[in-house]
Design a protein. Structure first.
Lengths: 292, 283
């Protein structure tokens, strides 16, 4: 019964026009990262070619500087695509299904469902569906960009000699994987992004328990993250000579650190806080409330 | 008379009964003020200026509305979005996003049928939007003025150029050579751009879902921060990028014309669109 419920909710969350539209928007935004990077990549290759023609040979072509792992959207923080994507992702992950609980409560659909399935099953399946839709909406455009970039730029393993070309130093989160098994690094970062994307989408469900309006519910996670970033910038990162740990998901979900490095502890604590908050507000609290 | 009643209804339901419109600007302004006070203390501590300074009201305003210096994309220079500016300019579209849409489906629908005039209904929403923008920014101005007085910085309206160049970390080669003081108008001008953005968003909501219209506005603003271009309206909301502040900045006159034209277009297109808008097919 629970499994059927989860399947039904997932179908409602993922196989919809809205989900495909959001993924399409996400993929389009990532193109604004790919195109400038391809342009710079081919310019560098052409310069190298001219150089080798002029001097007959090149002692060090510095090939590891031009690798897939610093040309895909997660490996750079300088293009408009990367900027827009990692700024707007809280809205993108919330749009596909963040509105559903508000809508179902208003229309009375929830009453019909709860009679047939029970409260906990209904809330649990909705939570899982929201988590999956948010996670997929976050990761599919990243994966699309990674694969598309891989069609043009070779996946040379990054070399620590050219550390300035990557921006990932020894204190960076998962840096040991970046210089040894970069595919695992990308996979792990996508996993982190998937989990955060899912939990941020679940925030909509949590907010929907005390906000009635679906437009506000969908946009609220974006403002929570933006507000958190604002507070961090104003009260925590106050000195320009201190190296802080990145606390804002708007920055640390980008595989290459834009401002400060993050660490596994911060990422883990973020997941725990989001998970406990969303779970308590939805399955624990809301499931014990009267719905009639 | 009918219009006044309609407008009063919108003011009451969309502004007076909307606590977010009053609470959020106060919080945003206070956080920015404390932040700048800390930064000024740090600069004074390091003896950055020859004499110790206290921030004036205009300095605090410039800090809130300033935006960011031109971004030059190059390896080793990641783009860091101007979070304070983004909060100031995106919170307002969020606050005003829902009311017209909600009203169209609720009690406002009955009013719309009884007034027998879609134009006055739409114009009432436009005026409500303009008033909301003014209330929001007036609250910010008011809080900052009170803060300026409280910290003893004064409310003279003079912007300390050296302080702003230091705070916004303006590239040395972008700084203008002249010593002419910056007019206080450069702080008032972003309010007009904010008005324009809000009206555009409201009109856009007649064509696409409100969430997507907000998404378009957010995309436009973050793109404006990234590109210093006269074609991206967000640039005119950043006093730090005006041609009277930096070399190769955007023209404030062009910004004025563009904003006014867009306001007229938003109201006009909205009026035309709303005449054909099906108010019954919404959720």
């Amino acid at each position: 019964m629970l499994w059927n419920n989860i399947k039904l909710e997932c179908k409602k969350a993922i196989f919809t026009k809205l989900f495909f539209l959001v993924v399409l928007i996400g993929c389009t935004i990532t193109m604004f990262s790919l195109l400038p990077h391809l342009q710079s990549y081919y310019r560098d290759i052409s310069n190298l070619k001219k150089f080798s023609e002029e001097f007959s040979y090149i002692r060090n072509p510095m090939m590891p500087m031009e690798t897939l792992f610093n040309h895909w959207i997660g490996g750079e923080a300088t293009t408009p695509g990367s900027t827009d994507y990692f700024f707007l992702f809280p809205i993108l992950v919330s749009i596909p299904y963040g509105w559903s609980y508000c809508m179902e409560r208003r229309s009375g659909y929830i009453k019909n469902m709860v009679i047939r399935t029970g409260k906990v099953q209904y809330y649990l399946s909705k939570y899982i569906a929201l988590f999956l839709s948010g996670g997929l909406a976050m990761v599919i455009p990243l994966l699309f960009n990674f694969l598309l970039t891989a069609m043009f730029v070779p996946a040379i393993t990054p070399d620590p000699y050219y550390i300035t070309a990557y921006g990932i130093i020894s204190s960076s989160f998962l840096s040991e994987f970046f210089y040894t098994s970069p595919f695992i690094y990308v996979f792990l970062y996508m996993l982190v992004d998937f989990i955060y994307g899912g939990l941020i989408a679940c925030l909509c469900f949590a907010f929907a328990t005390f906000v009635k309006n679906q437009v506000i519910v969908v946009l609220l996670p974006f403002f929570v993250l933006l507000g958190f970033n604002y507070i961090c910038t104003s009260f925590i990162y106050t000195s320009s000579i201190v190296i802080y740990t990145e606390l804002s998901p708007m920055y640390f979900l980008r595989p290459v650190p834009a401002v400060y490095d993050t660490n596994g502890f911060v990422v883990f604590i973020g997941v725990v806080i989001l998970f406990l908050f969303t779970l308590t507000a939805t399955i624990v609290k809301e499931a014990s409330n009267e719905i009639y | 008379m009918k219009y006044i009643k309609l407008l009063w209804f919108d003011i009451r339901n969309g502004m007076i009964y909307n606590p977010m419109l009053f609470v959020i600007p106060v919080m945003v302004a206070l956080i920015a003020c404390f932040d700048l006070t800390n930064q000024i203390s740090a600069l004074n501590e390091f003896k950055y200026f020859e004499t110790g300074i206290k921030g004036d009201f205009a300095d605090y305003m410039m800090y809130m509305y300033g935006g960011m210096d031109k971004y030059v994309p190059e390896p080793g220079n990641p783009f860091i979005f101007p979070v304070r500016w983004t909060v100031v300019f995106l919170v307002l579209p969020f606050i005003t996003l829902n009311y017209p849409y909600k009203d169209m489906q609720g009690f406002g629908q009955q009013i719309l049928v009884r007034t027998r005039g879609r134009t006055i209904w739409w114009l009432s929403k436009c005026v409500w939007n303009i008033l909301s923008v003014l209330v929001y920014h007036c609250l910010v101005f008011g809080i900052v003025a009170l803060f300026g007085i409280a910290v003893g910085g004064g409310i003279s309206g003079e912007i300390n150029k050296d302080l702003q160049y230091a705070i916004f970390q303006i590239a040395r080669d972008s700084i203008l050579d002249n010593d002419a003081p910056w007019s206080f108008v450069i702080i008032l001008f972003p309010v007009l751009v904010s008005l324009c953005i809000n009206l555009l968003q409201m009109t856009l909501s007649l064509f696409i879902k409100p969430v997507f219209s907000f998404f378009v506005v957010a995309f436009l603003m973050i793109s404006s921060a990234y590109f210093t271009s006269p074609y991206l309206i967000g640039n005119y909301a950043m006093p730090v990028r005006y041609d009277m502040v930096i070399k190769d900045g955007v023209s404030i006159t062009v910004g004025l014309v563009v904003s006014l034209v867009l306001i007229i277009v938003a109201v006009g297109v909205g009026t035309i669109r709303f005449h054909q808008y099906d108010i019954l097919n919404k959720e």
